[in-house]
Design a protein around this ligand. Sequence first.
Ligand code: FAD
Length: 383
Amino acid sequence: MDSSVVIVGSGLAGYAVARELRKLNTAIPITLLSADHGGFYSKPMLSNVLSTGKDPASLLTGNTEKMRSQLKIDIRPNHCVTTINVARNVIQSTNGEDVSYDQLILAIGADQIRLPMQGDAVGKIYTVNDLDDYQTFYTALAEKKCVSIIGAGLIGCEFANDLAIAGYRVHVIDISLEPLGRLLPPEAGAFFRHKLEAAGVMFHLNTSVHSVNQTEQTIRITLKNGEEIESDLVLSAVGLKPRTELAEAAGLPVNRGIIVNRFLQTQANNIYALGDCAEVAGKFLPFVMPITHAARALAATLAGNPTPVCYPAMPILVKTPSCAMIASPPDFDMPGDWHIETNENGVKALFINEANELMGFALLGAATAEKSALTPRLPAILM
Ligand SMILES: Cc1cc2nc3c(=O)[nH]c(=O)nc-3n(C[C@H](O)[C@H](O)[C@H](O)COP(=O)(O)OP(=O)(O)OC[C@H]3O[C@@H](n4cnc5c(N)ncnc54)[C@H](O)[C@@H]3O)c2cc1C
């Protein structure tokens, strides 16, 4: 009899493993437990709902019934796993049930970080990290006109552009000098900002939030530079904290994420992790493409063919219709320089090292057409 595989988490990572494993082995028993509804949806679509004219419910492309019959797996929604007993190969969930496993996969994602702030309306700040969060935010948007977003990273900028296209007044607040500071050199960030400003987004940069208070009609954000912003809703998008507590309590090493090697294996040789909860060979990459590569490698391993994950260069596409953008940033501490060409139609920024090798790029506007030519010149992330 095939050994049993238990997957915890029904996000892109959990379902990607189930799908890839089913392609290789139709008999292996797979059980998937999830703290949420357990249905399948594409999380990246959440920040494009308004501009694509969808409603949140339509993003759920596979409810649990459909996923059960499609993948021939046992799906248990509303099962939040609370304990892993590594010695007994058993997990427990909030409904008191014990589930035993031969191979356990942790695909439990990450939480949105909440910055410490003062004020009586801090509890009214929204975050969006899953379909249920988005449904709550979407409902709150009805009849509202103005939204402030804390954080000018990928998710904050995508929501800002989506809301602006849908006719909302949008403020974006960030401590950086330009938006998308982790992905773009400042000159490219400035080009991107101008495009979003032209679409109606108002940036408040080089400052941060001091306090958030309810007034009679609005929520007032007071910035550390003294400026005040009145809006109807506030959304925070300042980054992710991988969910490591479950693994840590089971005695598995964690760092930024749950530590796994290139076989996606934790210190316990039958417990694996991937997706936004995992740090794979020292890399924390909370994006879809790394999940796709990790899920394929892990499925092969689970099917009996131990396979290390390889990450090629994986440029990140930012879904901002007002400024097409794709970037493959160099590592933070990589030696080299940006070489930037800007014109009114776009920006081509290439990060070149001392050996004259291309180590990263940022392409905006018309320059995004060069993505296919440049990507093969980038070094692999893990090979
Ligand atoms: C608005 C938005 C836009 C994005 N856009 C892009 C993009 O354009 N391109 C890109 O590459 N990436 C994008 N991302 C990132 C990408 O969506 C994520 O990297 C990916 O979806 C993470 O999938 P995951 O399965 O690891 O985690 P999640 O989707 O967070 O899934 C975690 C699952 O684990 C479950 N869970 C958690 N704890 C437990 C527990 N204790 N017991 C049981 N179940 C548990 C949760 O209920 C959930 O089902 C975006 C993210 C957001 C929020």
